[in-house]
Design a binder for this molecule. Sequence first.
Ligand code: BGC
Length: 720
Amino acid sequence: MDDKQLQSLIEQMTLEEKVAQLLQLTPNFHECSDQEGQITGPMQELGITDHMVAASGSVLGLSGAEAVINIQNDYMKHSRLGIPLLFMADVVHGFKTIFPIPLAIGCSWDIELAEKSAEIAAREAAVSGVHVTFAPMVDLVRDPRWGRVMETTGEDPYLNSQFARAFVRGYQGVRLKEEHDRLAACVKHFAAYGAPEGGREYNTVDMSERQLRESYLPAYKAALDEGCEMVMSSFNTVDGIPATGNEKLLRGILRAEWNFDGVVISDWASIREMIAHGAARDDHEAAYRAIKAGVDIEMMTPCYVQHLPQLVASGLIDDKLIDEAVLRILRLKAKLDLFNHPLRAADPVRERDVVLCREHRQASYELAVKSCVLLKNDNVLPLHQAAKVALIGPFAQSDDILGWWSCEGKTEDAVKLGDALSARMQAGALKIIEGCGVHTIAEHVLEQSLEAARCADVIVLALGEESAMSGEGASRTDIRLPQAQLELIQRLKALGKPIAAVIFNGRPLDLHGVFDEADALLEAWFPGTEGGAAVADLLLGHVNPSGRLSMSFPQSVGQVPVYYNHFNTGRPFNSAKRGERYVSKYIDADHEPLLPFGYGLSYTSFDYSELSLSSSEITANQTLEVSVTVTNIGSRSGIETIQLYVRDISGEVVRPLRELKDFTKLELQPGESKVVTFQLTEEQLRYHHSDLRYTSDPGQFHILVGPNSCDTLTDSFKLV
Ligand code: BGC
């Protein structure tokens, strides 16, 4: 259907039918009115009638081909104008085949694999009846206390933007209408949800518009530039106004400036939550503010269905606003080909073949391998072939490795670390003992692990957090490993045996009690369905670790927020003069993070040399070539991530110490050298000035190239 046909459809709709298109509910509403049409349960609570449910435009959180087919068929039977329902769900890092959490995917720096993971997630979800995914989540985060840090790809606007684009490409493909195995994507949470004060969930976000545009908006914009069909507004305020009622943000930046004409959906109940924010007196005013601001679909509260008809009748809201919102929703339904194929790819037979198929599991394995980051290694890893290993800890045989937002993932499908190691090691070489729970330690279990450790050559500790310790509603003030696990480490450490620790978790942790104590440390994050297999292969050296942190690890929570692209201040800390008092630092902790952005080790080593620039000056329409020689100086092949940073020495407003501008991944054999060349243009040197102009300034720039944001070779050039 084209816009003209959709317009004529809208002309046939009553105001109530139009407004119902703007309502999104969970599937239980479709199932909860009894035979006589009496209103029961949640409908009554929300004040929603049977009528409204029957005409509502979309459903969230339902999947499974059979269930979707039943609801859609039933709905179509009763739909007066033959308008199909849209099915949306949180397909965040995989559907049934679960990929590593997005923060881990960020650490892969592997854009192609990220795209593939989204394509696979789309295929599995589509065949199970889903049309739209509430992903990608691209909120930039600098505070690991915030639980939803596991959902983001990290702290950098450029890297996040690359991933945002990749996820959208993977979910949507290029021809959404024809490719029924793809999903429409919904970028979230617009905007700046990742910057709540103190890292506390749902808390106030307050920052300058310049900072918002410079660091926080680019990844949403990148997703939209890639054609992302939907946007979800966030729970937080932006400059004092809840994002869901924020006209400047939604109609101003999103629609007028960026020309976005797709669907905007509220987050769960975020229209009504404007009342709690103190930005609306009641549902009536909340509906008024949200529709004026440009929110098309209301998720899970009834402000629109109950109040828009009256707001229109009283002339407070122009009915054009309603028609526009309906048109956008119907257009999305048409783009998804639902008018011709209301069931789209939903197919219970194909569903059985597609979900968790071998190819999908293999892709999940590859991404897990690439996402793990080797944080420390004093000659313990890879494990020696003949070594006797004691695998100890709450994650030794845990299937809680999928991570939050793996809604359809089943822990029983996950490969556990202990099982994977057993399958790869000689009989008798591996002893597996839980040692302690995530939060509890029992003396007799501890005794067993000490006993096993005494007989082993090396201790592999499998530690971490339960999935529920990160994700939505899981902000924390203490981001160390639970005390029971720290105690386990202490007791085992006393044996004097080499310890390799693996941690399964959802945020950059304060690694006190494990970083110094362990001889090797592998950050596995929540690695997904094939997590155990991936980690086992990394520990045994069947594959070489190549992940790089996409978020800094703090020394302690008191240092938070600590991120690599900060400003210098007028009294910068100087590492050569640590005792200096009147400089920007703490007196009770190091200035630097424990582990910087971009950091990660390999079982081989790389040397960087001969950084050279094609010129010492460029004009605005010239390109600077930046070359560096990278050599594998170790004894096994490995993948290196070569990172290019720029520092603008003097700007109209202060500029970060370094900013990632480009990177590339390279596999090098032992002894092999390659010259890597980056192209840098004036466009990459632009920034938001005090009047929000996005331009560059002539002047001096540093170029920094290296394996992470700290260890870099430096040169400089001038933009003239
Ligand atoms: C979350 C969103 C999610 C939505 C629907 C909300 O609580 O903030 O990220 O998409 O629920 O499940």
